[in-house]
Design a protein around this ligand. Structure first.
Ligand code: HSE
Length: 310
């Protein structure tokens, strides 16, 4: 077997309460691993998938990683080249942690590395977004962009992929608790009303702008006041058991803010430092544990690197 390129792409928290489809950040862990290697047989093939409980397709046109890699290879005029992909899922899907986005980001980075990096990392974004679209049918980069390039990322416009890294204050820590219930992004998007009121738009844009100013100026109190989602969270909260109790526990334990991670069911909080983030995590877990809901906890700084070659 030929030597391969191994890539890690991190889990991500999309929306970040106030930026539905346009804001996301990367975690240090969990994440997916993917290996790409040349093969003698022409064309792209997926030869191995682990950690998916048999749920993911091997058909490259139907698999997020395969689809993203194919579109990249076409763009590079290398569709005929023999490449094998191994996908190692190291995080749950349907969890709100950007699982499909991580696989798509890992795939384009690994294939680009294998071909000796003809594109810059940022130039890989359109192909990774197409890959994720296979999974949930919508074109948005709020998971893919941070998984690929790292950091807290604002997507000013998804169609144009006008993507910007935001400064994050030193010490800012994320807590994510994943209760073991599955919510498919497609379904969580299906419950959303297509319209918002003028009042909701005013409040949400004030909070989004406030969060961005708070991040750039390290004004934690402004971040605290701004992490309030008046549009999406009220519509999706009922999909997540005990959501409001978990949120209250996080805020009482000192979190700056707490909301749904992506389409859920994971719930994230941001805190001023690692110690608070750990306490917040324990408080959030306790609510799920008391309700008999198995869960996983991840406490992480904002991952500034994104997808990397291992
Ligand atoms: N912004 C997306 C959503 C993220 O909340 O539906 C999940 O893919």
């Amino acid at each position: 077997m030929k030597a391969g390129i191994k890539v890690f792409a991190p889990a991500t928290v999309a929306n970040v309460a106030v930026g539905f489809d346009i804001l996301g950040f990367a975690l240090e862990r969990p994440g997916d691993e993917l290996i790409a290697r040349f093969s003698d047989a022409p064309g792209l093939r997926i030869t191995k998938i682990t950690g998916d409980h048999g749920k993911l397709p091997y058909d490259v046109e139907k698999n997020t990683a395969g689809f993203a890699a194919l579109r990249l290879l076409e763009h590079l005029g290398e569709s005929g080249i023999g490449i094998e992909l191994e996908i190692h899922k190291k995080m749950p899907f349907g969890s709100g942690l950007g699982s499909s986005a991580a696989s798509a980001a890992a795939a384009v980075v690994a294939v680009n590395e294998l071909l000796k990096n003809p594109l810059e990392k940022r130039e890989l974004l359109p192909f990774a977004v197409l890959g994720e679209q296979v999974a949930d049918g919508a074109y948005h980069a709020d998971n893919v962009a941070p998984s690929l390039i790292g950091g807290m990322v604002l997507i000013r416009n998804n169609q144009e992929l006008d993507v910007h890294r935001l400064y994050t204050p030193q010490g800012l820590f994320a807590t994510v608790v994943y209760p073991h219930v599955e919510i498919l992004t497609k379904d969580a998007r299906g419950v959303l009303s297509p319209t918002v009121t003028l009042q909701q738009s005013i409040e949400q844009s004030g909070n989004l702008a406030g969060l961005i100013v708070g991040l750039f100026t390290s004004d934690l109190e402004l971040i605290r006041r701004s992490l309030k989602d008046v549009i999406i969270e009220p519509q999706r909260a009922r999909l997540i058991p005990r959501f409001y109790e978990v949120k209250e526990a996080a805020l009482e334990a000192g979190a700056l803010g707490c909301s749904i991670s992506g389409a859920g069911p994971s719930i994230f909080a941001l805190s001023a430092n690692a110690a608070i983030a750990e306490e917040v995590g324990e408080a959030m877990r306790r609510v799920f544990a008391d309700a008999g809901i198995p869960n996983d906890l991840f406490v992480s700084p904002i991952n500034q690197e994104g997808a990397i070659k291992l």
